[in-house]
Design a protein around this ligand. Sequence first.
Ligand SMILES: [Zn+2]
Length: 354
Amino acid sequence: MRSFSATFFTPQDREGQPVQVSPWTNELEIRLLQQSAGVIRWDVKRILPLEDTTVPIYLKYNQVDTLSYLKFEDKAILDELSSMQAYKHVIHTSNRWMKWIAGIVIGVVLLVSIAAVSLYFLAPKLIEKIADSLPVETEVQIGDKLFEQTKNEFTFNEEKSKIAQQFFDSLRFESRYPIRVHVVKSNDLNAFAMPGGHIVVYDSIIRTMKSSSELAGLLAHEFSHIHKHHSTRTLIQMSGTYGLLSLLVGDVSGIASLIVLNANELLNMSYSRAFEQEADREGVKLLVKRGVDPEGMVLLLKQLKAAETTTVPQFLSTHPLTDARIADVKREIKQLTFTPQNIAQLDSLFVVLK
Ligand SMILES: [Zn+2]
């Protein structure tokens, strides 16, 4: 029987003492070389499974309420024990591998969850980024295509469209896009914007207005939808995984063609609350910047809310109208300093439009 040098530790002897260890079939014989120079015998069954097979090797022994252990400076003891059937449970390392595998599985699951969660939260930011990076011409092209596809559904009032365009132009909002305002005949209360510059206003919504600042508010709101790429972003979002994937690999042309394909969806889609809120706030900022009374936005929302009880306002389907939205606009106005400027043209054009 071979014997192996080791250091023996007990709860009482934390310094450890040198020992010679001899593995027997049913016990491990530990010969103390110092002090009493006695012999300690470990019952093989009570030796704990190895936690680690790297040097130094620790063999641990569970004895009721004390835990003593042996420290070996090389692996020779392992070779010996692994050749002995009685020590199988000690050197059997599947436990360790199981721990490793469990660790890896848990790690992978965690990583995937983190990736999924961050993608969920990052997606709107990524979509905003990709929409920002689309060339102006691409969005204009998408909007024009959409307008061509849908214009047969509307009866245009050419004369009022011209005046509304003049009204918008005299607001002189700074724009990357060629804004084209169209007035269409309809009893529904509605207005919407297409990517890249088309704003469609139903004439009945103009009839509910009492002041030019309300129309300025409506146009500022729709203009902000265009400038913040809200419809483009919503379309990318609706395109789902494919859109996200092309977005992640930076395939702008793929997204553009996808948007054109789905352009019809635009008429039926509704913006998120966040987009409506942003269009309201941005609209208010634009009005204040140009010296147009931002209360026009509040008045517009109130008119529409009142109309809600008498008609079925389609406006609501695309522009969820709530008291919260009105309150939000009021809050935004409070934060800004408004100095009225005389834009005489607005009033006269508004009178003609009505
Ligand atoms: Zn809106």
